[in-house]
Design a protein around this ligand. Sequence first.
Ligand SMILES: [Zn+2]
Length: 594
Amino acid sequence: MTETLPCWNLTDLYPSTDSPCIEADKQKLREEILQFVKDYRGQVTALNVAGLAEAITRYESLQDILGKISSYGDLIFSTHSTIPEIVTVYQNISEFVSEQSSALTFFVLEVNQITAEQMESACVAHAALSHYAPWLRDVRAFKPYQLDVLLEQLLVEKSITSEAAWIRLYEDISNRMIVRVGDEQLTLAETLDLFSQPDAGKREAAAFALSEALTDRLDQFTLIFNTIIKDKSIEDQWRGFGRPVSSRNLANLIEDEIVDTLAATVTQHFSVLSERYYRLKARMMGKEKLEYWDRNAPLPDDEDSPIAWEEAKRIVLESYQQFSPEMARIAETFFTHEWIDASVKMGKTAGAFSHPTVPSVHPYILMNYQGKVRDVMTLAHELGHGVHQVLAAHQGTLMADTPLTLAETASVFGEQLTFQYLLSHAPSPAAKRRLIAGKIEDMLNTVVRQIAFYNFETALHHDRNNGELSAEAISKHWMKTQAESFGDAIRLDKSYHVFWTYISHFFHTPFYVYAYAFGDCLVNSLYAIYEEEKKQGRAADFEEKYLEMLRSGGRHRHKELLAPFGIDIAQADFWQKGLHHLSVLIDELEQDIL
Ligand SMILES: [Zn+2]
């Protein structure tokens, strides 16, 4: 694709990397944080109700400015990670933020020293404090795992030279990586894109070239991975977390048992979902068995005409509009105000995200647009996050964020709207079949593949407790867990054994991956409810309930949040129902083909 794609305009955060506004904000923060520490350190339990409410309000506004500076660092780095001057700005910002955050760590710890009973009656008595009740509730959940103030401070400050440094090194190696496919030199994102090319020879070449590039760096990736897992395990032990996944579950405010049930249910369905579909796909492609580089290949009758950026924009906005004009209006702002960076270039992070920044600014979306239906879905996905982040911003810095699991709900719902729109506008039965197959593949990638990733991480974090893992040992777990998820339908060549190294979530955010499966299953149920209500003429009621859920940000836990829809994820058969939707799509395709 040669069209010009939009780049984001970060001036709503700061005018430029050398702007005096950054220094001014830093100075202001230094002074205000110093004053905050002077006013409250060692004093929090002695504050009266009004004093506590005021302290939290001050704490929130400090977090907002800190978040603004750190978001700016993250965003400039994500598009220019190979430019030394930018890397320096990014690193300086990271160091500043960690230093200042460390000075503030005492506050939450001292708030948690107030007893639950005292806090409850204080919240009832005081309106300004009761506003923060959901934040106080979430902060309290961490209490059993908190360390002394000095230790917490040390951990925050040392994170810059431990966890964050390893992630930075991982990013640096990955973003600089050049993959030689034939006589072309490609970035990781461009290489991954070749896996959805119609030419089987190109896909195969991409697979071997990527495997070679990753193998060249395997020793470094292995060292980084081992260190990150060990670093996490040390901290988990100090804090008293029982299992490697437990700290993630706590951050997601979800019970261990619910995640266990989700993972077990999906794992039980590997063969009826993934294996069954890929056998079908092999048949459609006239093959006995698929090679792993055929997994995301287009179907043989795919015309493969690229979708221009403007067209992608129109499709997503129209599909949003049909569900909710308010959602479409917010989504449109992302285009008109240059909040999206869609270009593909060296030094830019592969993949996509919607960064919320801070409520006083607005989110920014990053993606690598390459004109495929899948890219249109990615745009719909990230705009789902973006709209959610805009709607929840009024909750303020401390309560706008939703736990990861529910954050993926808004994005997957956005994708579902765009999928249904495309389906109803499909020009031919063949086009419709391709769309359904594409949707099945996306769902297998979000549900089955992510749980196979989760199983891989679970095995590794467990094994790492017995000592450093060799590249072979890691690859063995990788091949085993991935083969389980594909069954007999996909041949995993030896070259596949290093492919775990490019899954950045394993390095950045251990155990993040199950959130995708969680979101997908949940959205299937939500969408089924929407269709039912629409049939009964209550589409507007559903829209209102849905937007209200997004507006509430992090105020509610999943139980209260989903109650208006009659959903209870603690029920054992809930996940099975979510998977049923995927199964039905596979049935439909099967009938069409056999
Ligand atoms: Zn997402």
